[in-house]
Design a protein around this ligand. Structure first.
Ligand SMILES: [Zn+2]
Ligand SMILES: [Zn+2]
Length: 338
């Protein structure tokens, strides 16, 4: 391999090129004459060249705010569970109504919590930390015209469409956003679990809202003292709180679910839309992108937070593997055309 040409430039994929003045353009012409690459000739290294560091290992972000938000999420689901089971279903005289609604609600709540757990504890697609060494770049055997970007914050080689997350302190492949409610980034590897989480929360919210309405109607018709094992004021307060919670989360998670499905279908992440980076890569057709995000052809496993579950843990030395050599200083390394 020819030795890479080291030059310093804006590490965010050479976007600094476009805003440059006359001096910048003159410099660019000089460089092209000297055999360097112009911005439009550069080929960023494919996101598939660099694999995730710990795809099968347990992943957990130690962020106090995220942990508090994740615990609140679980508490809110458990509160809904408590009100649905102990205030509405158990005191009901209609056994079939209680049984069917109990099974449906508890199954959906379980799937919501399982999706949350998997979204939180799955590596979203972190790029190995500190691998920006000359030896590592040479081992990639890049072709002339390709360009390597280093993340100055985590000293990793940034594949195409990866972004640095300041909470996870890592570069994440196809990062969509960092969600404190799941205490993790939503990226290439855990987007499915995040989508399922929003879907199941929206479903249990809708289901509990319907049950609250039916329960109020039932209590108004019947004797308030008999429609719940709690006192009438306590019953009303518990039901109104559940009603607010369900309505709030139904709106929030439905919007989130729609946005995520739209992101998958259009093959654009939230960050890319925000930064105006869309249209810089070959878009994958909608159905293909859905299959890639959900882990295979359409089947029931698309709705399961358990599919793709790997229990094995890689040995620690593999996880913490530090590439040989010193971290390179430059943020952009171009492989010359000649
Ligand atoms: Zn980074
Ligand atoms: Zn993050």
């Amino acid at each position: 391999m020819k030795s890479p040409v080291h030059r310093c430039r804006d590490p965010e994929h050479g976007r600094g090129e476009h805003g440059r003045g006359d001096h910048g353009r003159a410099e660019s012409r000089q460089e092209s004459r000297a055999g360097y690459l112009q911005a439009e000739q550069r080929i960023p290294i494919s996101k598939d060249i660099i694999t995730s560091s710990s795809a099968s290992a347990m992943w957990f972000i130690r962020d106090a705010c995220g942990i508090v938000c994740a615990v609140i999420t679980w508490m809110l689901v458990l509160y809904a569970e408590f009100v649905v089971v102990f205030v509405m279903l158990l005191p009901s005289k209609n056994l079939t109504y209680s049984l069917i609604n109990g099974v449906v609600f508890n199954s959906l709540a379980f799937l919501a919590l399982a999706s949350h757990f998997r979204a939180m504890c799955t590596d979203p697609g972190a790029v190995p930390k500190g691998n920006a060494t000359k030896e590592y770049i040479e081992s990639l055997q890049l072709k002339p015209g390709q360009v390597v970007y280093k993340c100055p914050k985590c000293c990793s080689i940034k594949p195409d469409r990866a972004h640095h997350c300041s909470v996870c302190k890592r570069c994440i492949r196809k990062m969509d956003h960092h969600c404190p409610w799941v205490n993790n980034c939503v990226g290439e590897n855990n987007q499915k679990y995040f989508v399922l989480f929003t879907m199941y929360i929206a479903l249990i919210s809708l289901h509990s809202l319907t049950m609250v309405v039916f329960h109020f109607l039932y209590c108004f018709e019947d004797d308030w003292t008999k429609c719940s094992s709690f006192s009438p004021p306590a019953t009303v307060i518990l039901l109104i709180l559940l009603c607010f919670e369900a309505l709030l989360f139904l709106i929030f998670t439905s919007v989130m679910f729609g946005t995520q499905v739209h992101s998958i279908c259009t093959d654009e992440t939230g960050i890319e839309r925000l930064k105006g980076e869309t249209g810089k890569w070959d878009k994958v057709p909608c159905w293909e992108a859905m299959q890639a995000a959900c882990g295979g052809p359409f089947s029931l496993s698309w709705c399961s937070p358990f599919s793709g579950l790997r229990c094995e843990r890689r040995p620690l030395e593999v996880l913490e593997e530090v590439p040989q050599g010193e971290i390179i200083e430059e943020d952009i390394i171009e492989i010359p055309l000649y």
